[in-house]
Design a protein around this ligand. Sequence first.
Ligand code: DHB
Length: 545
Amino acid sequence: MGIGATAGVAAVGGIALTAQASSESSDTSGGSGASSSDALVFDTDAYTTLTTTITDADGAEHDVEYRFYKAITYVSKPVDETYQSLNVSVPVKIDGTAVDATDAPILFANSVGGYMPSSVADATGVGGGGTTGMPGGGAASSSASPSASASSGSGSGTGSGSGEVASGGNGMVNGQGEMVSLPKLALAAGYVVVEPGARGRTLKNSSGEYYGVAPAAIVDLKAAVRYVRFNKGRIPGNVDRIVSSGTSAGGALSSLLGASGDSPLYDKYLKAIGAADASDAIFATGAWCPITDLEHADGAYEWNWGSNATSSGSQVDQTVSKELRSQFAEYQASLRLRGLGGFGALTARNYDAYLVEQYMEPSATKYLAALSDADRTSYLAANTFITWSGGKAAFSWADFLTHVGARKKSTPAFDAFDLSAGENNLFGKGTTQARHFTLYSLRHESGSSARLDSDLPETLRLMNPMPFLVEKANPKRTKHWWIRLGTKDSDTSHTVSANLAAAANGLGDEVSHLYYWDEGHGANSDPGDFIKWIARISGHKAKRK
Ligand code: DHB
């Protein structure tokens, strides 16, 4: 069990100021005359001491006293400090015992949802990223749906910070529908928590320019990692044990952060915002339902959900669906990935069997095994497509697809013909709010000789973790991967996460990837296991003072 909704609220309400802090960090002036490295020195005294009660994943309550460093601008030439700032929480006492977080792992928890702007500037304590003014972020399930948020993105920009702030990111839900805050769980485990904000796709300045479109969010997260590393010894925690987390678009960015560590491709962007001169490689990546590999996601989506009707009961255009599906076959072959568990080459022909054997059946098995006999019997009676034998669930891919039901998106799912998807806005540029980013959708609308804007190949490259794993493996990538999503999540194709896992696994990285049975988008059913995984991979032992 994670932090319950009521427990979460009580914990926030229970935060008390136990020590008068000095003023906010004075290092937020970025670019105001001081040299950039001076501006980026973390002020170790600029904290407030807060206390809160945190319910851990097993349901036990912990009294936590921590130092809260708020809204520190992490670059010396910020475009918008509301987003380019981070919060740091350092545990001081847990259940009355002093803890030493000097060498603790650092959870680097982004709260990006929907590729929207995310800010921690108004947070009143740990876990407060995401929706401004709503501690703990919103429920992940309320994350911007791409088409809904795309239209909001076109709207009301009036100067800096005009975009909406998405809920989501840290606001995951557990199997009981309760909110989960990884930052709070990590703090209660004695880890240091860094919560970065980042620019997002809807931000528009007074000249009408979109300044949070790709690659702004990943550049910001990298700059925030660099800030933490640059301040080694000033920010408590082990900068060689930075573990990133994020959900959905935040999960995509978390995987990208892990895959692209120290890649020189981002240098000019980092330089432009005055990022600290330090490594941005991270130790481990936690990614829940990552919405990534966007330029290939339309084909993958049709391969996975092409025959499922939409929620209105209608089939999508099957001609388009089939064309996209054949693109997936070609792409999948080009990746030359091998499945986990000795499965062999992954292709569009055998990926259904792979997903069933490697992920879906084990997920259902785990779910069913945990039920009481009576509950299992009634679940199986209501879901006769599952054969339960010898303590194992078995079913076909076709029946699994029927069980999931309506597909969430129409076709193409990401590069919408009418430019209405959030991703069209993500790949906007300058004063152009939304653009096509695949040749297929562009040519469908503009004719067979249309060409993608010349900047797009590079921008797409900067947003996709896969080339860092398959084309030429990035030696500075994270070597530890925690990937999770619900079996009923049709925000993207199941092959997207599975390809990420297969690519990392193929490089010899440690990969923990599983699907939560019958859970949807934004699920996090095993947050306690993630916290324990961090301790294991980082070799962390809680230190008492
Ligand atoms: C998110 C969901 C989507 O379906 C998508 O296309 C992009 C982002 C999200 O919840 O972050």
